[in-house]
Design a protein around this ligand. Structure first.
Ligand code: ADP
Ligand code: TRP
Length: 332
């Protein structure tokens, strides 16, 4: 059976938090285990360059940190093709070729760019204030990532759907000129994972500085859990697990028997302080092992590098001949 190719990129723009884990990493690791899929996951470091432009060491650490997180949580580089985007130069040649098939109007309508223009207009600034061409061309680079690997399915969050549609448009545009070349990718929205709120009740996001880093040290983890907002019901009052983020987190990390018991305790009345203590215990139990592995990897960047370089070689087995074929069609 031919496996379906799934591919997704992970941008190294911040320390991985619980929202990233529950909303993106965990579902992707589960998809990678499904027999009918060949998964390709990569660190989209050139995409991050549109924003992160000040500190080389920080850039390297974030890129390694994201790779180490995935590996520590069980990504198997034997099973998943796992590389750094910057190690696959064909992507950037592909990027230029596709940019010549992208109308400027198409990119003017891309959400991320449009949002900045709208904000600038409101503030009566030049509409393109603060926009670099990397940001404007972002969807083209993403299309190159996807199309160069004959990707069939792209698992993404809702905010990335338009980018996958742009990749389809560019594929069709090229195919019209040169005959069937690219597959048309489909997106797969990771829907079941509702947005996880952060410490202040807004979406957990590095932009709001309200996150619980996945690999926080035990003391810090306990402290952050204690900061999660709760209502002012007294300890003895029965509580609704359905609307409680503490319960949702508990259910993520506890065994089904523990979850059942906690549900009963909610019904009988339990103090939030007590729930937080229990939550810390189950979370820390789950995180302990990957956290150790994460630190081991981070103290050995050569190991991370070697894994990613080997992944890039595997990726290039596909990208080198396919790019060649594309260039021949064009007439190079
Ligand atoms: P951030 O909001 O911290 O900047 P990103 O936008 O880089 O995070 O998101 C990376 C991935 O993690 C995306 O797939 C996104 O859908 C997922 N994600 C981020 N925050 C959350 C959250 N609070 N709940 C669920 N998923 C999330
Ligand atoms: N743009 C994606 C994000 O911000 C990351 C990404 C880059 C990507 N290239 C991709 C996702 C290709 C899927 C496929 O999250």
């Amino acid at each position: 059976m031919m496996k379906k190719s799934i591919l997704t990129g992970i941008k190294p723009t911040g320390q991985i938090h619980l929202g990233n884990y529950m909303g993106a990493i965990k579902p992707a690791l589960e998809l990678a285990k499904i027999q009918e899929f060949q998964a390709t996951y990569f660190i989209a470091d050139y995409h991050a360059l549109t924003k992160m432009q000040n500190n080389a060491q920080e850039f390297r650490d974030l890129s390694n940190g994201v790779a180490a997180t995935w590996l520590a949580l069980g990504l198997n580089p034997e099973q998943v093709i796992f590389y750094r985007q910057s190690d696959v130069p064909e992507i950037f040649e592909m990027n230029w070729i596709l940019s010549c098939f992208a109308s400027k109007g198409l990119l003017n309508r891309a959400h991320a760019y449009k949002a900045i223009v709208e904000d600038n207009k409101k503030l009566e600034k030049d509409p393109d204030f603060g926009v670099n061409m990397g940001l404007f061309n972002y969807p083209i680079l993403m299309a190159a990532d996807i199309l160069l690997f004959k990707t069939q399915v792209v698992p993404v969050g809702k905010d990335q759907v338009q980018h996958v549609e742009i990749a389809r448009d560019l594929a069709q545009s090229f195919n019209r000129h040169y005959g069937e070349t690219f597959l048309l990718p489909e997106y797969k929205i990771q829907e079941d994972t509702a947005v996880l709120p952060g410490l202040d009740g807004r979406k957990m996001s590095k932009s709001y500085q309200n996150t619980i880093p996945l690999f926080a040290e035990p003391k810090k983890l306990q402290k952050l859990i204690n900061k999660i907002k709760t209502d002012s019901l007294p300890p003895e009052a029965p509580k609704d697990p359905e609307t409680s983020i503490l319960f949702r987190l508990y259910a993520e990390f506890a065994s089904s028997q523990e979850v059942q018991e906690m549900k009963e305790q909610y019904g009988n009345g339990i103090g939030w302080g007590e729930v937080k203590k229990e939550l810390f215990l189950v979370m820390n139990r789950f995180i302990e092992e990957p956290r150790t592995k994460y630190h081991e990897l981070m103290s050995s960047p050569e190991t991370i590098d070697k894994i990613l370089k080997e992944g890039a070689e595997k990726a290039r087995v596909m990208s080198v001949p396919f790019l060649q074929e594309i260039k021949e069609k064009i007439g190079f």
